[in-house]
Design a protein around this ligand. Structure first.
Ligand SMILES: C[S@@+](CC[C@H](N)C(=O)[O-])C[C@H]1O[C@@H](n2cnc3c(N)ncnc32)[C@H](O)[C@@H]1O
Length: 281
């Protein structure tokens, strides 16, 4: 039976407030009132199957430290929308300006480090890997690594597996599809898998950006796109300060099309089109 507002289970403002308090504290994501229906929609299956329809019981489990439920909640709330070569101008910038610059600067060490922070299901780091392999002649004589991290364990696993529906790569030109993806056959018909040459460049890892980072860096480039939109300004400021500190001097930061460092961080110079260069302190 469906109750008030057509909802199957009782979901009060108090439930919503408990859930959003946990989500903000653990992910930095601020859930506005407008997100109440979304939260209900994303959790209702779990509430039905595991909690006999009781949001109370679910909220208690989360607040009492039940790790499985906390993880379920975080995974359910994070928005994982992504695509191969999303905001393609960033990859063009990388190919045309940044990679030639890095190849000149790094003749000695031959070491390039890139971080895709908030990598979702892997399309972003794989797009980086394709760009690097296409633009760096003799890349196997260089020490190039991409770190790909996300808070959501499911998407990190998906990225690591590197398996996508064929439709996900339909926007890529034919030569790229052929060069970088294997077509699934038989029971894998309709699926593609990224080739090992791309996977070799990437290390996938689960990481909450608000927690301590196990890696020291430095990174030459950080992609953190469409991640901080749901964070409040203070959280954004702190995160960008940490990015500035873990980048090489003059390293580059790429953010999402609707994001900005205006009044958030003074540690970067804007180069246009949401590309930034780190400034000395
Ligand atoms: C909309 S996706 C963006 C994916 C990709 N960067 C892009 O632009 O296509 C945002 C990702 O940020 C991740 N995320 C959100 N809060 C996070 C946090 N506190 N730590 C790490 N990742 C987080 C989400 O799990 C989600 O996969």
């Amino acid at each position: 039976m469906t109750g008030r507002l057509g909802r199957e289970f009782s979901f009060t403002d108090k439930h919503f407030s408990r859930i959003r308090k946990f989500v903000t504290a653990h992910t930095g994501i601020v859930l506005t009132d407008a997100k109440k229906d979304m939260v209900y929609g994303r959790l209702s299956k779990r509430i039905r199957n595991q909690f006999d329809g009781s949001f109370d019981a679910f909220c208690n489990a989360v607040d009492e430290g039940d790790k499985a439920e906390q993880e379920y909640l975080v995974n359910a709330i994070t928005t994982n929308l992504t695509a191969f070569f999303r905001e393609n101008h960033h990859f063009e910038y990388l190919r045309d300006k940044l990679i030639p610059e890095l190849l000149r600067q790094k003749q000695q060490s031959r070491k390039i480090r890139i971080w895709s922070a908030g990598c979702s299901t892997g399309e972003e780091p794989y797009s980086l890997a394709m760009t690097l392999r296409e633009a760096i002649p003799g890349i196997d004589n260089w020490d190039v690594k991409i770190l790909a991290t996300d808070l959501d364990a499911n998407v990190v696993q998906h990225g690591q597996d590197g398996v996508y529906t064929r439709e996900r790569i339909s926007g890529l030109d034919e030569s790229r599809q052929r060069r970088w993806f294997q077509l699934g056959k038989g029971e894998n018909e309709g699926l593609v898998k990224v080739k090992p040459e791309l996977q070799q460049l990437i290390h996938f890892k689960r990481l909450n950006l608000l927690h301590d980072w196990p890696m020291k860096g430095p990174f030459d480039v950080i992609f953190c796109r469409n991640v901080v939109i749901y964070f409040d300004k203070q959280t954004q400021s702190e995160l960008f300060e940490r990015y500035a500190n873990i980048l090489t001097p003059g390293g580059h930061l790429f953010i999402g099309h609707s994001e900005s460092l205006y009044k958030v961080s003074e540690r970067f110079a804007a180069l246009g089109h949401t590309v930034y260069r780190q400034l000395p302190k």
